[in-house]
Write a protein that binds this ligand. Structure first.
Ligand code: FPP
Length: 243
């Protein structure tokens, strides 16, 4: 059986999260400017999103820009912040055809008005789609997300909407950016780095982790099948003895 069919013959993860790493190194190896790596990375994101959808994955979260990425040179930030526009222009037809819903997670107070409008437009336009949900994490960081959720819970206690006794994990999770998404089942990081870099710390509590040396722009459908196959071999116990 071909790898894809093998993967599809077993339960696939419901929610995959990917740390898209290695765009810069991909470009450097080809003597190209860093932004060429980001461009190829964005093209690959469309490809992998459609592939994941075909496999029956329901949610795909990707780390597009972290709260720490503002430390990069202005030119690179400008390029990355222009990607949502290109993404919308070039991918909207395919996403419509495949019924892909797009949501954004992250801070909204440092994003340009043009991007905010775009993000709102895309979320609104795709909100009733029933295919895969692509969660683009932009100006996202878990410490920020968790701190904000804690603040919201405190606010709701102060204004009488919540009692101290009613605070539990679900109440807390409902104040996270990812409130409408299930927990992550499989986390993939490309480019050989083995760390989480402040990505979905709450949501990956029981996820399986898969690290690969492949750089993000070169991460192909075959690499995705391999990652899922690896996941399917694991025995998830969620702290108990059996699933
Ligand atoms: C990490 O590579 C990648 C990023 C910081 C950006 C990833 C973003 C995309 C692929 C496009 C996202 C699309 C939208 C819609 C915004 P790196 O630059 O850290 O690579 P390096 O570690 O090799 O230098």
């Amino acid at each position: 059986m071909r790898l894809k069919q093998q993967v599809m013959a077993k339960p696939v993860p419901k929610h995959i999260a990917i740390i898209l790493d290695g765009n810069g190194r991909w470009a450097k190896r080809r003597n190209l400017p860093r932004h060429a790596g980001h461009k190829q990375g964005a093209i690959n994101l469309q490809k992998i999103t459609l592939e994941a959808h075909q496999l029956g994955i329901r949610f795909l979260s990707v780390y597009a820009f972290s709260t720490e990425n503002w430390r990069r040179p202005k030119e690179e930030i400008d390029y990355l912040m222009n990607l949502p526009k290109i993404f919308e222009e070039e991918y909207k037809d395919n996403f419509k055809e495949y019924d892909i819903r797009v949501v954004f997670s992250g801070r909204r107070d440092r994003i340009s008005q043009a991007n905010l409008d775009l993000m709102q437009r895309v979320e609104e336009k795709t909100k009733d789609r029933k295919g895969l949900t692509l969660n683009v994490c932009l100006d996202y960081g878990s410490h920020d997300e968790i701190t904000r959720a804690a603040k919201k819970v405190a606010e709701d206690v102060l204004n009488g909407q919540l009692t101290l006794a009613s605070i539990n994990e679900d109440v807390f999770a409902s104040r996270l950016y990812t409130r409408d998404l299930p927990d992550v089942d499989l986390l993939i990081r490309t480019s050989g780095e083995v760390r989480l870099s402040n990505f979905l710390l709450w949501q990956v509590a029981y996820a399986e982790f898969y690290f690969t040396k492949v750089l993000w722009p070169s991460f192909s459908a075959k690499h995705l099948y391999k990652a899922i196959k690896h996941y399917q071999k694991r025995h998830r116990k969620f702290g108990g003895l059996k699933e």
